[in-house]
Design a protein around this ligand. Structure first.
Ligand code: BGC
Length: 771
């Protein structure tokens, strides 16, 4: 490894000194930063060979990644892998040559500045010295880079109902990405998660199209700024288009078989709004929609994306999914077939590997694909490189890395985000904990003291950067005598004997805090129970976790349960029996501190559920914005209602809602009106409430959901304080696809519901008429 690094340093230095590339005139327009991006792209394109053009559409995994993967995976295993790759007939040395030849456009899985700089140094030695675009899944901070700030995963961010916070996280993530050598994140994930069995729920902003849209747009603004010009912003990627978050059986990549109406009403709005907000890239989904793999869907990737929404960035494929059109979907017998299908659908960049390059090159040479089709894809890719400032400076200096990653400001945001993401689900009055009453506390469960709280898309971080629940508790309540009974992080391996050990340790304690949940860490690929490709048919607490809670409960001491998990977990018995239950999601680097602050009342919890929790996986799909007939009849056995509803979450204070007041009883289809309530903090602690506004179209030509979130506001009030919360209702909040699939507002009565959750009993109502 050392030798390799020296080798890289040499290249980097040599490339930096040598005049990059050898163009055919001294001052080509494309190298002149004072020229417009359009002129620079035109000039560069006019100088490029066909090989160089096709090369821009090709992405490869990082050189280090390739070398490491080749040692641990066979070729057959690698073909099936979604996280690791190498190229059997194209070793890293050949890829290095290809970079120097100027026929590689992009890389992913480059996780160190040294490697990023090295790859750029090779690219600058190519004929036209076109830098490469380095992509990474910076889903909640650039957590695949060691030393980065890891924020709560998207599902936790969503529980904050706080777009400004999500924008800030995006902004800081962009800075940390640029400081670690990447310029393109494969996020945000703006899929609407409608199946708790699906392992990637934690990757998303939850089940509601409106919330997902607001937070997705906020993330894009944070990541891209106004138009990502300069060296401080990155390009974002809306993924995965579309519908993979409601797979037929909960399995990642399984078909999605839904009506165009549901696709357009539920799954597409976040994409459309992110396009409107200027998102520059879109990733196609693994799944098929209506019998056509999304990677080959002209309907999705061209007709809707570019035709209807005017998208002018570029589309990237997901990991080897074009090849899977040949292997799994079998819509083509050869690679040529599927490459041709995807290009016809509107694909611009291939993730990842050399096959695409050689096949597509040949197809253009054979006249099957016109060169102009290639140029259409290359233009936006080159434009991004210009706007990101890569032609001026593709390198990252060590100082920038040191001063930016995990800096004080970013740590503060990560802590705030963790605080705001925590949802208090149950509290019999035990919280906030009184240290004078609970002096000796047992802390146990698989996730009390390790990095599982970082969630998916994070590699191991330096221990000193992560505050676990165990560490947080000691820092927040130094007067309490805490005892740790560590069960290890692997929920698959916890034994009944370990449970008995924890019970023995509970003797003489006043309280037990049990940290349970799921593990999404990708470096535990085969052990994790959640995250990418870790779907479950049973969403209860896995293994011995519930027996552990039951056994501790049976000792008679109060039990407080903290869950760290990336998907809803059905915990009916736990909910009904323990003293308190906290949903901490995957709270990131400083999550343990935030959990402890909530437990001891230093922070009043304000998070609300961004997704419903089923009681049982047999109820799935469970979402609040269902049609009335979804619950036409109750189940013959067991309850039909969810365990926790969308929008629900407790506080240490209470809030009172006044009646809903409307500015008028009627509204023109193109008019607007306001709906308002008076909110009062009726408790004795300061607190933050998320006021939620739902609408229902009472009679409609096509069926409508029983309610849909159409606005929300976070409001902080001192004890006894009141405020008026006002919402403006505009036609876009009432519009839908009518019986003839026309999008618009249908006249008639609409019900406005305002309150603290989507539960009927938490909502105040009023009706107005659209005339
Ligand atoms: C995931 C994508 C991700 C890509 C690159 C795929 O397996 O589905 O979301 O961006 O890998 O890591």
């Amino acid at each position: 490894m050392k030798t390799k690094l020296r080798h890289w340093t040499f290249f980097f230095a040599a490339a930096a000194i040598a005049a990059p590339g050898c163009s055919d005139n001294a001052d080509p327009v494309y190298k002149d930063a004072s020229q417009s991006v359009e002129r620079r792209v035109d000039d560069l394109l006019s100088r490029m060979t066909l090989e160089e053009k096709v090369g821009q559409m090709c992405q490869y995994v990082g050189l280090n990644h390739m070398r490491q993967t080749a040692v641990v995976l066979s070729e057959a295993e690698m073909k099936k892998s979604h996280a690791m790759g190498f190229y059997a007939d194209c070793p890293p040395e050949r890829i290095e040559e290809m970079i120097r030849e100027g026929i590689t456009g992009s890389f992913l899985h480059v996780t160190s500045v040294e490697e990023a700089n090295y790859i750029q140094s090779l690219a600058l030695r190519s004929r036209l010295a076109i830098p490469v675009l380095i992509g990474i899944d910076a889903m909640h901070g650039t957590g695949l880079v060691r030393g980065a700030t890891v924020y709560p995963t998207e599902i936790g961010q969503a529980a904050s109902f706080n777009p400004a916070l999500v924008e800030k996280i995006g902004r800081e993530t962009a800075l940390e990405m640029r400081a670690s050598g990447s310029q393109w994140t494969f996020g945000p994930n703006i899929e609407v998660a409608r199946d708790a069995r699906w392992g990637r729920v934690g990757d998303t902003f939850g089940e509601d199209p409106y919330l997902v849209t607001q937070l997705g747009v906020a993330a894009v603004k944070g990541l891209q700024g106004a138009d990502f010009t300069g060296e401080d912003y990155v390009i974002a990627c809306a993924k995965h288009m579309a519908g993979g978050s409601q797979p037929v059986n909960g399995i990642n990549g399984a078909p999605n078989d839904m009506s165009e109406r549901t696709l357009r009403e539920v799954f597409l709005p976040p994409f459309e709004k992110c396009v409107e907000a200027g998102i520059y890239t879109v990733m196609a989904a693994h799944n098929e929609y209506d019998g056509i793999p999304c990677h080959g869907s002209r309907f999705l990737l061209t007709d809707i994306l570019r035709g209807e929404w005017g998208f002018d960035g570029f589309v990237v494929s997901d990991w080897m999914d074009i090849e899977r059109m040949q292997d799994y979907h079998t819509t083509g017998a050869t690679l040529r077939d599927v490459y041709s299908q995807t290009l016809d659908a509107g694909m611009d960049m291939h993730m990842h590997g050399p096959d695409f390059y050689y096949e597509v090159l040949e197809m253009v040479r054979d006249g099957v694909i016109p060169e102009s089709r290639i140029e259409a894809s290359v233009r936006p890719i080159l434009a991004a490189k210009f706007r990101l400032g890569l032609f001026e400076n593709p390198y990252v200096g060590e100082e920038k890395t040191r001063g930016t990653l995990f800096c004080e400001e970013h740590r503060a945001t990560a802590l705030d985000a963790a605080r705001e993401s925590i949802v208090l689900l149950e509290n019999d009055g035990i919280l906030p904990l009184d240290p004078a009453k609970y002096r000796r506390v047992l802390v146990t469960g698989p996730f009390a003291d390790n990095q599982v709280q970082l969630g998916d898309w994070a590699f191991r971080q330096p221990e000193e950067n992560v505050t676990t629940v165990w560490e947080g508790l000691q820092a927040v309540s130094p007067e309490t005598q805490f005892t740790l009974c560590d069960l290890g992080w692997n929920v698959r391996n916890i034994t009944p004997e370990q449970v008995r050990g924890a019970v023995r340790q509970a003797a003489g304690k006043d309280l037990a805090i049990v940290v349970v949940g799921e593990n999404s860490l990708r470096y535990h690929w085969k052990e994790k129970t959640c995250g990418e490709n870790s779907d479950r048919y049973d969403i209860s607490l896995y293994g011995e976790q519930e027996p552990l809670i039951r056994a501790l409960h049976a000792t008679g001491i109060p039990v407080v349960v903290v869950m760290t998990n990336g998907r809803p977990l059905s915990t009916e018995w736990v909910s009904e029996n323990v003293a308190a239950l906290i949903e901490a999601w995957e709270p990131g680097s400083l999550g343990g501190q935030a959990v402890a602050e909530v437990l001891y009342g230093k922070v009043n919890p304000s998070g609300k559920m961004p997704i419903s929790v089923p009681r049982h996986s047999g109820q799935i799909p469970v979402y609040y914005n269902h049609k009335f007939t979804h619950h036409w009849f109750p189940y013959a056995t067991g309850k039909s209602s969810p365990l926790y509803e969308f929008g629900y979450g407790l506080s240490y204070t209470t809030f009172g809602y006044g009646d809903v007041e409307l500015s008028a009883g009627t509204m023109a289809p193109d008019g607007q009106l306001t709906a308002s309530v008076t909110l009062t903090n009726t408790g004795s602690t300061a607190g933050t409430e998320v006021v939620q506004l739902y609408l229902r179209d009472k009679v409609s030509s096509a069926t409508r959901p029983v309610k849909e979130l159409r606005d929300f506001r976070r409001v902080t009030l001192a004890p006894g304080e009141s405020t008026r919360v006002e919402f403006t209702l505009t036609p876009d909040k009432l519009a839908y696809y009518d019986a003839k699939m026309h999008y618009g507002v249908e006249p008639g009565d609409f019900e406005v519901m305002i309150g603290s959750s989507s539960r009927d009993k938490d909502l105040r109502r009023a009706v107005f008429t659209v005339k």
